[in-house]
Design a protein around this ligand. Sequence first.
Ligand code: SAM
Length: 287
Amino acid sequence: MNKFGGIWTFEKIKILEKYAKAYLEIMKDRPYWKLIYFDGFAGSGDIEIDGVLDEKIIHGAAKKIVSIQEPRLFDIYYFVELNKKKAESLTKSLEQVRKGGVYVVSEDCNKKLNDLAAFLKSKGKTHKALAFVDPCGMEVNWSSIECLKDLPVDLWILVPTGLGPNRMLTRTGKISDSWFSKLESFFGINRKLIISNFYTFNETIDLFGAREVQVSKNVKAVEKIKQLYTNKIKEVFKFVSDPYELENSTHCIMYHFFLASNNKTAVSIANDIIKKAKNDKYGTDFN
Ligand SMILES: C[S@@+](CC[C@H](N)C(=O)[O-])C[C@H]1O[C@@H](n2cnc3c(N)ncnc32)[C@H](O)[C@@H]1O
């Protein structure tokens, strides 16, 4: 079983489930489109979470989506989970819910996002995909998102704005080469641009003419990471929803969660769901 998260895990899955139901409602009148559900970080089936919920073990997103019966099904359910044991456990757990059309593979999501893009390209306009990309950290390379450009994909993505990238962008600006490489592959921009986005340099000269450069990290780095990533996503998708902020118990933002799509209606539906979730952050009405 996956052991992680808190209330935000529950909120995120609720948002996704609501959107998937709305998506299938629209698609029920469009049977000519084959629908793929793609989950790039599928987990093991159930999740043990900390926090304020009575339930400590909840069904993961995979089980929730596969359990949706009405108004129509996806034609293909494709789950990617790098960890072999978790993938096996997920396979067993999903078999109890649905027999046909469900695939679980134990591979890297980055590779499988590229495969998804190639598959959709090869199918012309016959297939559409709802994708859920739910990493713990910075596992998703920017190039794996970029490959979805101009494809009929609605992508829900969890961006770890308050975690890995914020920590790697150190306060002093001293960043190792390996961290810079990680930041570059995550944001899809080069080192120079990363520096100019997050740091300011002030040169001071003391009484005796000695020069000193003071480096300051942007005080709103998490917000800046969100902005930067959203702007990059807008290079790939025409529309991006408002983000839903996932916070830890001390109200620090850990992730931003949002939908990217080439369909305006899709994003307006996502915005409605997110607005409702924000209004009821710790309530029970958001069902
Ligand atoms: C946040 S959990 C996903 C939870 C899941 N969405 C659910 O609702 O239960 C992230 C999962 O991704 C897996 N993982 C980590 N790196 C991966 C990668 N590069 N490709 C695919 N899966 C990966 C981890 O083993 C972990 O189970």
